[in-house]
Structures are given as C-alpha cells and as structure tokens.
Design a protein around this ligand. Structure first.
Ligand code: 5GP
Ligand code: MG
Ligand code: MG
Length: 184
C-alpha cells in the first residue's frame, strides 16, 4: 500500500498497541469508578485522533464516554498557525465532568493550548490531555500534558490517523513520508 511513499516505519502497530495499553492502565488509576463526576469523558479531536481514540477507549479498564470535536488551524498542510476555528463543536455540556482530551500529535502546541483554553471556560471538573505523539517544538509552549505516548523527532509523520492532504490516515503504523511526496 502507498508503494514507495513511506520512507520509514517510525512506530510499529505493535509498539502503538503496547504503549496505548500502558497509558490506559495508568490513566485509569486517576479516575476511580463511581466518582461523583460520573464516567470519564473522552474528547477526541477529529480527524487525526480517531484511531488512537478508539484503541485507547477499548484499552481503558474503566467506563468512558466519547465526544468529538473538529477544529481547523489555519496554515499550510504541514504546519499550524494557532488561529483555530471550530468546525464541529461538542454535542454535550461538559460542566462538572472529568474530561480527557485525546490528541494525535502535539507539534507547536498551538492547537492544543487554544483547545484547553476553550474547554476550560465550559467548567469541567477536571481537564487533562493524553497525546499519542509529541514533537520537541511542543516543549516551547506552556501546555501541561501528563501523558505522552511517544516523543518523536521533528519530522513530518503520517499513518494511524495522521494525514498528508487527507491521505495515509489508514496506515496501521506511524511512518515518515518520502520527501518526493511533498515536492511532486
Ligand atoms: P500544532 O498546533 O501542535 O502545531 O499541530 C496540531 C496539528 O497539526 C495536529 O493535530 C496535526 O493535525 C497537525 N500535525 C502536526 N505535526 C504533524 C505531523 O508530523 N504529521 C501530520 N500528519 N500532521 C501533523
Ligand atoms: Mg490533533
Ligand atoms: Mg492534517
């Protein structure tokens, strides 16, 4: 599939599954079942986080509910500007809930810091973030992320939800894209 477009496999399907199970087990310990806030509410950020969201939710040993948001950050297809627009908002009120944002990748961190500010104004009981991937640049911006699947080099990656021009999301692993793909 996608013959010749992928330069290397950065994180395999097995590594993703193993790390997701670890994250789910440790995060679940922070949310005791039967808490007054009700079930943990996972907020998946479309479209990149869909694969991680569904695998993470199934790996969690506690009940969790799921909501989705779609945001678009103005910029080129490979970098974001921090100017964010909501394409699809949450269907439900999150006031008083324990909320966990499920992200695919934190690059500049601009999208996430905007999202945290936006969701905070809706008065959740708690608001935390789990991200599958994080790039070094993300350290520059002040967003508190307790749970990171993998810190990766500053390279453009695709697969497992992540796209280049809407392609490659359906790859089961995270890979780097061959430079010829951008330049063609
Ligand atoms: P940030 O605002 O943190 O710079 O970037 C957030 C969004 O940019 C991510 O949710 C993702 O959609 C996109 N992005 C950042 N880095 C990459 C990457 O290496 N590959 C892909 N496919 N998307 C990326
Ligand atoms: Mg994202
Ligand atoms: Mg994208």
């Amino acid at each position: 599939m996608y013959e010749g477009d992928i330069a290397s496999v950065l994180i395999s399907e097995e590594q993703i599954a193993e790390r997701t199970a670890e994250l789910a087990a440790s995060i679940a310990e922070r949310y005791p079942e039967g808490a007054p806030e009700g079930d943990l509410l996972l907020i998946g950020v479309l479209k990149g986080a869909i694969f991680f969201m569904t695998d993470f939710a199934r790996a969690l040993p506690i009940p969790a509910q799921m909501e989705f948001m779609a945001v678009s950050s103005y910029g080129s297809s490979t970098s974001s500007s921090g100017v964010v627009r909501i394409l699809k908002d949450l269907d439900k009120d999150i006031a008083g809930r324990n909320v966990l944002i499920v992200e695919d990748i934190i690059d500049s961190g601009l999208t996430l810091s905007w999202l945290i500010r936006n969701l905070s104004t809706r008065n959740p009981a708690s608001l935390e973030v789990v991200t599958l991937l994080r790039k070094p640049e993300a350290q520059k911006i002040d967003v508190e992320v307790k749970d990171v699947g993998f810190d990766i080099p500053n390279e453009f990656v695709v697969g497992y939800g992540l796209d280049y021009d809407e392609r490659y999301r359906d790859l089961p692993y995270i890979g780097t894209l061959h430079p010829k793909v951008y330049s063609s």
